[in-house]
Design a protein around this ligand. Structure first.
Ligand code: GLN
Length: 502
């Protein structure tokens, strides 16, 4: 078989089932690709070759013994490093967790292991998933495989870069304000934020608990659906877990049509401030939706203009509380004060001072301020009120349309270093992705084409809560139609990672 790493996860699974390839061969091919390109891309913080090959050998033996296996058994995967893996370093991109070995697996990891999926390694991210470029990782940035001088999005730039540079067919990400979808958009990949509660958060290192969701990163919509079905479903260990699992996702992705679908274009997402090449690609995709039989309607969600501001109060408020546990006593780093007595408070201050990066400190300060007695009503409470109005605007929009669409991000991948010193410019990347998190509704980003700068553009589809299958129906149909107009997957057009780029 030619290049195994270029195959979709679905094709890899089919080849495994047909006995044309072994999981060991697949796993070795991806590890070899990582050896060849990851010094440049830096998608991984930790590669677990031995463990991955152990899983691969085991699943090959089980298949040989005629055991009935999960649909993705033997297909390797990468996992974002804010999802805990038992006995394997999990840093969340932070110095404060360096050296910590989790004593347990996240539920999604337990499910990957039960499905027989070799875990290739842990992927890079902005520290504690705070950021839109992966430049806030304490361990150095990840680079965009389309252009190594540009960002791969964030916070899950590592997962998106691993998938788009063919180091892994699949990855898990986490999405609190867009960290699965925006990296997918700027790397030409597919990313899905499931309905809040649809995938267990047990073992996901908490950023903002009311917004966080784990979800799939992949190169095709069907592949995302396959992974979503493996990791999704009720988990008694997560108090916010939905009891009814999202089902029929793969079926919807494979067979969905656009006929009779009402697609709402959100007036507030996609106008001024969006790069011309992004808008052109988005408009092109609308034509393809129309040609496929969908009706395009314009909908308005005025509160989306305030969503970003509300998010950047709610997120820091929750994060400041979640991050209080990193006290120098329980996890990872512990720093003694340079002088004076090592009281608990002083050890805590020294550890947090040394262990957290600037963006994390900025958000802790912002969050504790927004929650403080004198300011709580003016900031946190006001933000929660906006959140309620965002949810109402979604309800009104979904009365007029089955799904909503927008560009996923306002620009294509920007140069590394361009926004790192300008937090507000960095936050603006999330303008289109944040409303779905505030409302808990599912959303997907898939490639809509290339901008005039030659870089990939993402289109976002948003569905009502618990209608994840509808996302896959629309995404699958749109992807098939777009691939036809381009003559193949967009990622086939990514430049090879050659000497010339280094
Ligand atoms: N870019 C957003 C932020 O910095 C998204 C974070 C996320 O989804 N984890 O908060």
């Amino acid at each position: 078989m030619s290049d195994l790493t270029r195959m979709s996860a679905a094709d890899q699974a089919a080849a495994l089932a047909a006995g044309e390839v072994s999981s060991v061969e697949l796993t070795e091919a991806h590890l070899a690709r990582t050896s060849a390109v990851d010094a440049d891309v830096h998608a991984y913080l930790d590669v677990s070759a031995d463990a991955a090959l152990g899983t691969a050998r085991d699943v090959d033996a089980r298949r040989a013994a005629g055991e009935e296996l999960s649909p993705l058994a033997g297909v390797p995967i990468a996992v974002k490093d804010n999802i805990v893996t038992r006995g394997q370093a999990t840093t969340a991109g932070s110095r404060i967790l360096q050296g910590w070995l989790p004593p347990y697996d996240a539920t999604v990891v337990t499910r990957l292991r039960a499905a027989g999926m070799p875990i290739l390694g842990k992927t890079n991210l902005d520290e504690f998933a705070m950021g839109s470029s992966t430049e806030h990782s304490a361990f150095g940035p990840t680079r965009n495989p389309w252009d190594l001088t540009r960002i791969p999005g964030g916070s899950g730039g590592g997962s998106a870069a691993a998938v788009s540079s063919f180091q892994a067919p699949l990855a898990l990400g986490s999405d609190t304000g867009g960290s699965i979808r925006q990296p997918a958009a700027v790397t030409g990949s597919v990313g899905v934020k499931p309905t809040y509660g649809g995938v267990s958060r047990y073992g996901a290192i908490a950023l903002a608990s009311s917004l966080d969701q784990i979800g799939p990163v992949s190169r095709t919509v069907v592949d995302a659906a396959l992974l979503h079905e493996v990791v999704g479903g009720h988990d008694p260990l997560d108090a916010t877990s939905l009891t009814d699992p999202a089902t029929g996702l793969v079926e919807a992705a494979r067979t969905g049509t656009l006929q009779g679908l009402r697609v709402g274009v959100v007036a507030e997402l996609g106008g001024d401030g969006y790069q011309a090449g992004v808008r052109a690609s988005f408009d092109g995709a609308l034509d393809v939706l129309r040609a496929g039989g969908a009706e395009i309607v314009e909908v308005s969600a005025p509160s989306f203009e305030q969503a970003l501001a509300a998010y950047y109060l709610i997120l820091p408020a929750e994060a400041s509380s979640n991050l209080a546990r990193y006290d120098g006593m329980r996890f990872g780093l512990r720093v003694e004060p340079s002088e004076g007595p090592a009281t608990a408070e002083r050890v805590m201050a020294a550890t947090r001072g040394a262990g957290f990066g600037d963006e994390v400190k900025r958000r802790i300060i912002l969050g504790t301020h927004a929650l403080s007695a004198g300011f709580h009503d003016a900031y946190y409470r006001a933000a929660q009120q906006v959140r309620t109005v965002v949810q109402r605007d979604f309800a009104a929009a979904f009365a007029q349309a089955d799904v909503l669409v927008s560009p996923t991000a306002p620009t294509t991948a920007f140069p590394i270093g361009e926004k790192i010193d300008d937090p507000l410019a960095m936050y603006l990347n999330d303008i289109a992705t944040i409303p779905a998190n505030l409302a808990g509704v599912p959303a997907m980003s898939l490639p809509s084409g290339l901008s005039d700068d030659g870089l990939p553009v993402g289109l976002q589809i948003i569905a009502p809560a618990r209608q994840d299958a509808l996302l896959y129906r629309v995404g699958g149909a749109l992807e098939r139609a777009l691939d036809e107009t381009w003559g193949g997957p967009l990622l086939d057009r990514a430049p090879e990672l050659t000497e010339a780029q280094r």
